[in-house]
Design a protein around this ligand. Structure first.
Ligand SMILES: [Zn+2]
Length: 299
């Protein structure tokens, strides 16, 4: 069952490049949110949430309710990605990790409404791309994310006072993460606005961003467009719409390089399936439908 699903995911990722048109039933709404798409391009349709939390880490709901909500909201797919970091349940206890996987398996197998991926969110440990999950645990998962967080030395932990060094460290970390073969997704990239100094999207030099974008495309690493990105800039003083504009410009570099994208709520704050902002910026950055990850269930 698991092996089949994994194979299917890999195949769907490869196939995603070939998908050019999908249902546009939500087109009116999407268009109203995002503005008219470029000439000849259909409105982008994204109906998944591939970064969410449950009570297995700092989410709000137990797995059964979480999946019921995904079904009620008529999502196509969701990924459950509880934290796999030092001190978290599924990281520290093998028994909890087993229980987590079997609970997702039990709840998802009793329904056919939506694809549910067994995932986790690891964290970067330093600026070389060392990561808090090993290959053995990752092999049991279908969707592995990695973020910058409180354990990420040289970026969000022990942040350099010099902003130039800080942004270089962030890019170096992400370049290192690209070399982790079992990593699927970089979670809410450039969440660097609540540090001192703050690094805003405009602070990242374009040539270095292009280098990262090309490596992410080559290595198949997915860019997570997280709905609550403003959270990570809430202490920086930047106005929300200014952040949106800067983030869109940054994303365009990744769009141009052919990187793939996912939308997410990072649910524990703004609600499962709430990807309104993600969809706005994906449309404005010109993300093509073929660049949107589309997990498909085997049956
Ligand atoms: Zn998260």
């Amino acid at each position: 069952m698991r092996a089949t699903r994994r194979r299917f995911l890999k195949r769907s990722a490869a196939l995603a490049a070939g998908i050019s048109s999908l249902s546009v039933s939500a087109g009116g709404q999407t268009q109203a949110l995002a503005g008219a798409p470029p000439a000849g391009q259909k409105p982008l349709v994204v109906n998944h949430d591939l970064h969410t939390h449950t009570l297995y880490s700092d989410g709000a709901h137990p797995i059964p309710l979480h999946i019921l909500e995904g079904r009620a909201f008529e999502l196509d797919a969701m990924a459950i990605t509880d934290h796999f970091t030092p001190g978290s349940k599924i990281h520290d206890s093998e028994a909890e990790f087993d229980r987590y996987l079997s609970e997702i398996e039990r709840e998802r197998s009793g329904q056919h409404d939506l694809v549910v991926l067994q995932g986790a969110e690891a964290t970067a440990l330093d600026a070389t791309g060392r990561i808090s999950i090993d290959a053995r645990h990752a092999a049991r998962l279908e969707w592995v994310l990695c973020d910058l967080g409180g354990y990420s030395e040289g970026t969000l932990a022990k942040t350099p006072r010099d902003k130039t060094r800080y942004v270089e460290n962030v890019l170096r970390t992400y370049l290192g993460l690209c070399d982790v073969p079992y990593l699927n997704v970089i979670a809410h990239p450039f969440n660097t606005g609540n540090t001192n100094p703050a690094a805003l999207p405009d602070d990242y030099p374009r040539p270095l961003l292009r280098e990262l974008a090309e490596k992410m495309a080559a290595k198949g690493k997915v860019f997570d467009v997280m709905n609550d990105t403003i959270y990570w800039f809430s202490r920086s003083g930047i106005a929300p719409r200014a952040l949106t504009a800067q983030y869109v410009e940054l994303m365009k570099v990744f769009v141009a390089a052919g990187v793939r994208f996912q939308a997410s709520s990072d649910d524990h704050r703004t609600g499962l399936g709430n990807t309104r902002w993600s969809q706005i910026v994906m449309a404005r950055a010109g993300v093509r439908q073929s660049q949107v990850v589309k997990p498909v269930q085997a049956k």
